[in-house]
Design a protein around this ligand. Structure first.
Ligand code: NAD
Length: 250
């Protein structure tokens, strides 16, 4: 029996990495997915990989008018949402002494403000009894040099799940975080500002801090998100599910 048969799911940042792997898995489990990303070409390529039951909407989650456009498409096409995976996010590396205002604003605009309004603006379309999953990060409890703005933004996301669990409980909407450890996605090489060689070194250094001795695969996050999206997790809300090979657990 498929876990998400007939469900309507919205996934932000669905064109790459964790979001794309989750979109693929959701469709395999019987869902229809609406994926967003900032670049049309990447979104179309992602849709081709997902193959079926996928709609794409180009948009930046930190722009509220783009979110309005996204949900107008969802309303017109499906009329409601069962599952929201608020996953779009990024972070450049900047030690405190060198960080600029632009670095700070960009990090919080996408990871905090963008995610906040992604969820707020979905609520009118949300079915009672649905599931919201937020992408935080193991950095929400770690002190990682160079990642302070990013980690703080992900700690904010972790707290959103607590408050929104309370605010949405009467609608029986569950809200949980998934917190990936280091995962093999394009992010480290493309969004952090590292060169390819530095990204390789950073990945090796992270792996050395992980009890399981390796970084994770996007599909391993997708499996956890599918669990949180489905009725398999029907008595789980407000949690932060770390999928990190033990990195932040020991
Ligand atoms: P990725 O770069 O492969 O994918 C990021 C996705 O988010 C892309 O689809 C991109 O288009 C989208 N995105 C970024 N900024 C956006 C914006 N302003 N508006 C709309 N879409 C935007 O990265 P990923 O590793 O799959 O990251 C997904 C999430 O997982 C992020 O929130 C990231 O912070 C988090 N995360 C990643 C790791 C890791 O090691 N890869 C670890 C912990 C948390």
């Amino acid at each position: 029996m498929k876990k998400l048969e007939g469900k309507i799911a919205v996934i932000t940042g669905g064109s790459s990495g964790i979001g794309l792997a989750t979109a693929k898995r959701f469709v395999e489990e019987g869902a229809h997915v609406v994926i967003t990303g900032r670049r049309e070409k990447e979104l179309k390529e992602a849709a081709a990989l997902i193959e079926r039951n996928v709609t794409t909407v180009v948009g930046d989650v930190s722009r509220l008018e783009d979110l309005d456009r996204l949900y107008a498409v969802v309303k017109e096409k499906y009329g409601h949402i069962d599952i929201l995976f608020a996953n779009a996010g990024a972070g450049t590396i900047a030690p405190l002494a060198m960080a600029t205002e632009a670095h700070f604003d960009q990090t919080f605009d996408v990871n905090v403000k963008g995610l906040f309004f992604t969820v707020q603006k979905a609520l009118p379309l949300f079915k009672d009894g649905g599931s919201i999953i937020l992408t935080s990060s193991v950095s929400n409890v770690l002190g990682l040099p160079g990642f302070s703005a990013y980690a703080a933004s992900k700690a904010a996301v972790r707290n959103f799940a607590r408050a929104w669990t309370m605010e949405l409980k009467d609608r029986k909407i569950r809200v949980n975080c998934v917190s990936p450890g280091p995962i093999d996605t394009p992010a480290l090489a493309t969004t952090t500002g590292l060169t390819a060689e530095q990204a390789k070194q950073a990945a090796a250094q992270f792996a050395s801090q992980i009890p399981m001795g390796r970084s994770g695969k996007p599909e391993e996050i997708a499996a956890a998100v599918t669990f949180l999206a489905s009725d398999e997790s029907s008595f789980i809300t407000g949690v932060d599910l770390a999928v990190d090979g033990g990195m932040a657990q020991v």
